[in-house]
Design a protein around this ligand. Structure first.
Ligand code: HH2
Length: 266
């Protein structure tokens, strides 16, 4: 999944793709580079980010979604607002990527009605509050339990179970230790039977881990390391800023994992 943020304030690419032409060109380049999905978002979820009114978010994303979909690109809409998701689905998006895991009561019925896929992500609190001393007794177990409960809500609303993807929400109400535990514990989440998406790309856990204030693009080798281990642990998808690097590393990790499985079966 390649990331296109049509926002002025996203932590990595904020402002670069606020102009629709630039966002469309970037999305097309990601699809040409091999992204299976291009994730278009119009509201930053970085800690403390301001909320964007529906009309403004729609105005940012819909022309980009429509242009990419008309070129045959599979688009996910990164939003927690059902009204924005509806406009994006009307414009040709096929997946709703919801960091609130269907928190808007209108989201599940909408996705069910349209036959859209859903990515259900875990977040503690809201983007405004999530990084204020997040606490868990057992982060891996609690995130798993929450996501399975949200998957049950999705299915009860009529969303096809095969269209549900779970995401532990790296950086969303988590300390460095929580993020590392979740990355290490991907296998436990994947064993629930739903495909798991991991989004560790360029996030600030990397600077905390290394104790170096790296620019976002300089965090890519660490992103690759984290995503490679997540894939080896059972993740089915990764959400990345650099699709070329993400795809090459994912294919390599996948090939090694499959080779080891084949080796065991003789
Ligand atoms: N992370 C971000 C946004 N959406 N969706 C899913 N499913 N998983 C994630 O980890 C995830 C997400 C935050 O990253 P980004 O879009 O690059 O930045 P911003 O929120 O500042 O726009």
């Amino acid at each position: 999944m390649g990331i296109v943020n049509v926002t002025p304030d996203s932590f990595s690419d904020g402002g670069r793709f606020l102009a629709h032409d630039a966002a469309i060109a970037h999305g097309l380049a990601m699809a040409a580079a091999g992204a299976d999905l291009v994730d278009v978002g119009g509201e930053s979820t970085r800690p403390g980010a301001a909320e964007v009114p529906v009309a403004e978010e729609v105005g940012r994303v819909v022309p980009v979604v429509a242009a990419l979909a008309s070129e045959g690109v599979a688009v996910s809409i990164d939003t927690s607002k059902a009204a924005v998701a509806e406009a994006a689905l009307d414009a040709g998006a096929v997946v709703v990527n919801d960091v609130t895991a269907l928190g808007d009561p209108a989201m599940a019925p909408l996705a069910a009605d349209r036959g859209a896929g859903v990515v259900l992500m875990h977040m503690l609190g809201t983007p405004r509050t999530m990084q204020r001393e997040p606490r868990y007794d057992d982060v891996v177990a609690e995130v798993r339990e929450y996501l399975l409960a949200r998957a049950a809500v999705a299915e009860a609303a009529g969303i096809d179970p095969s269209a549900v993807c779970l995401d532990p929400g790296i950086g969303f109400g988590k300390t460095l230790e929580h993020n590392l535990a979740l990355l290490a514990g991907i296998g436990g989440l994947a064993s629930a039977g739903y495909p798991v998406l991991v989004g560790a790309s360029r996030k600030s856990w990397i600077t905390l881990l290394l104790g170096e204030d790296l620019d976002p693009a300089d965090r890519d080798p660490v992103t690759v390391a984290a995503h490679t281990l997540a894939i080896a642990g059972g993740a089915a998808a990764i959400r990345v800023h650099d699709v070329v690097m993400g795809l090459r590393s994912a294919r390599t990790a996948d090939a090694i994992v499959r080779a080891s499985t084949k080796g065991r079966s003789g």
